[in-house]
Ligand binder design. Structure first.
Ligand code: GCB
Length: 593
């Protein structure tokens, strides 16, 4: 799905700002048709933002169920005769949307965009009322999954991942206009042939008319370097300036639909020419071995929760640059599209992950009152969940396929992967991802409970992505044993002749806590812990990357091992460095591989 753009034929209008807002834990609104008239008894709420931490108190923080959002917007007069679209960049986790009381769309999945053609419902020059009910419930039919318990105090949401279940309209909402014959989709896949760049493109012409497709490829200075005609084709760029880690060089494909001399529609698609390949135990970008340094991250900032914020985007990338990180994983969901655009321009490499986190009920000791639940079964994660998982893979790849920064798909984080049921669950999902995008490696992130020899999904992965907490969740405060056990396990994985990325390793650390003994939770322990891990990584050439967990401290649900959230950040939640930041900076800016 193409992002809205301003071009010579298109216009967009962001609708972010303050919207009317009302929590509806009882679920009255759908029954009483709150969408039919201006939202009564509403307060105001920022969009984009999570609502949870904006309103003080447990009512919004622990809210389970519907939340209503409403705004009005004037459809620009100049859009008469155009196709008019309403687009939500995301709504966490599911939404139904009405325009002047008429339902226009419904969507499940909290981190991908959805849109509706509302041309027939609106009058250019007139005001429209847009209402969305956004639901935050996680069940065995959603990805990520959860369980809702009825208690005397109300419904309580339980989920199987640690990061807080922030909800709301986290990203921009747009009204935009295109011509009625328009560019519906663009796919670009790039290759390198000697010094030449090769760009295969395919353009979907959508709408009511017919048109010819014309493509002009411009370099970063705006000079035309190649042209193409027809809905699909190949462009060759002599002496191409490749997109590479640290060098976010982008061409622009100006895709035009033409009817005679008239340009019917025009869309600008950025193109980074690069290749990605797994060769034995090497991960190659443009044929060169690449070593990932960086983080698993979260969309999580004070007050706004998961709401996208350009200031934090730029600051976080500057901090990653300062520390020598060349990459990150979008743990554990697709991030805002602004993040990928910026990573393209900054030359930062991205492992792009779906929302499939917490598919592992074996990790949930105690949550079900002593009852042992199977992870993959008709009563738990069955067909409906697998279909939802298919949908998030599809929507992720459709949304992000053209970003050069994305070098790999991660289809799940730490699912159960040691059982026959998990093997059956995942096989078709790997097939789907490969069918949708044969140009990138596909993997999943393996959990410690499925060590080498015990994992039935790792064989399907092009790259072995391991989350390991030797010295934290096991061998806690015993780094000697931790190192020995880590090496023992690594010996097994290293025999697989596949690249290994350590996608998580980390130690909870309270900023400002110090200990001459290097006690856990101190800044000293975090440093010692990281150094131990690095000694292990450096002894295995199969290890092609290290992503510390986490870039910054982040909010979690409450648990006895969480003190105001997950404190494994190298930066605090407000982005102040802990001592380990300097250690990583020293290592990553000097890593000669
Ligand atoms: C993990 C998860 C991550 C958690 C982390 C932790 O393995 O993938 O989401 O935050 O452990 O710190 O417990």
């Amino acid at each position: 799905m193409l992002r809205p753009q301003d071009t010579s034929t298109r216009e967009r209008k962001p609708l972010g700002g303050l919207w009317s807002f009302r929590l509806d834990a009882a679920g009255d609104g759908r029954r009483d048709q709150w969408f039919a008239a201006p939202l009564a008894d509403a307060r105001e709420m920022a969009v984009p933002a999570s609502y949870n931490d904006i309103i003080p108190g447990a009512e919004s923080r622990d809210h389970v169920g519907d939340a209503w959002y409403e705004t009005t917007a004037v459809v620009p007069r100049g859009w008469a005769g155009q196709r008019i679209v309403l687009r939500f960049d995301s709504a966490t986790h599911a939404a139904v949307v009405w325009v002047d009381g008429v339902e226009v769309m419904a969507h499940s999945g909290g981190y991908t965009p959805f849109e509706a053609d509302i041309t027939s419902l609106v009058e250019p020059g007139q005001k429209v009322r847009i209402t969305a009910v956004v639901n935050n419930e996680l069940t065995f039919e959603t990805v990520p999954p959860g369980i809702i318990n009825d208690t005397p105090e109300g419904r309580r949401q339980v989920y199987f991942h640690d990061f807080y279940n922030f909800a709301g309209l986290h990203r921009q909402v747009w009204l935009y206009a295109t011509p009625t014959t328009y560019v519906g989709d663009i796919t670009v896949v790039t290759d390198i042939d000697g010094a030449d760049g090769v760009v295969d493109y395919a353009v979907d012409v959508a709408g009511d008319g017919t048109a010819e497709v014309r493509v002009r490829l411009l370099d970063a200075d705006g000079t035309e370097v190649a042209t193409g005609a027809g809905a699909s084709g190949q462009l060759r760029v002599p002496n191409a300036h490749l997109w590479a880690p640290g060098d976010g060089y982008l061409y622009t494909a100006v895709v035009e639909l033409v009817d005679g001399v008239e340009v019917v529609d025009s869309y600008e698609q950025t193109v980074g020419i690069r290749t990605v390949k797994v060769d034995g135990a090497k991960f190659l970008i443009n044929g060169e071995p690449f070593y990932f340094t960086g983080f698993g991250r979260h969309e999580d900032t004070p007050v706004r929760g998961k709401g996208h914020d350009d200031a934090f985007l730029v600051h976080d990338f500057d901090l990653m640059n300062w520390i020598g990180a060349n990459s990150f994983r979008t743990s554990h969901y697709p991030y805002a599209e602004e993040v990928y655009d910026y990573a393209d321009r900054q030359g930062i490499v991205v492992i792009d992950e779906t929302t499939a986190v917490g598919l592992n009920l074996g990790l949930m000791g105690g949550v079900f009152g002593g009852i042992k639940l199977e992870t993959f079964s008709p009563d738990t994660l069955g067909q409906v969940a697998q279909d939802a998982h298919r949908q998030v893979i599809r929507e992720l790849i459709e949304r992000d396929k053209n970003h050069p920064c994305v070098v790999m798909w991660s289809i799940a984080n730490e699912p159960e992967s040691h059982t026959d049921a998990s093997e059956q669950y995942f096989r078709p999902l790997f097939e789907l991802a490969r069918e949708l995008d044969p140009s990138r490696p596909v993997g999943f992130v393996n959990v410690m409970m499925s060590p080498h020899g015990g994992c039935k999904v790792a064989d399907m992965s092009d790259v072995l992505m391991l989350n390991r907490y030797y010295g934290w969740y096991v061998d806690h405060s015993d780094l000697g044993n931790a190192e020995r056990n880590w090496r023992k396990e690594m010996d097994g994985w290293a025999s697989e002749n596949k690249p290994i990325i350590i996608t998580e390793y980390g130690a909870d650390t309270i900023a400002g806590m110090h200990s001459v003994n290097g006690d856990p939770w101190s800044e000293e322990y975090q440093r010692d812990y990281l150094e131990m891990n690095h000694r292990v990584f450096d002894d295995y050439e199969q290890v092609v990357g290290e992503h510390v967990w986490n870039f910054a401290d982040f909010r979690t649900s409450n648990a006895i091992f969480r003190v105001g959230g997950n404190k494994k950040g190298i930066f605090t939640q407000d982005r102040k460095p802990k001592a380990a930041a300097h250690l990583l900076r020293e290592r990553w800016t000097n890593l000669g591989r």
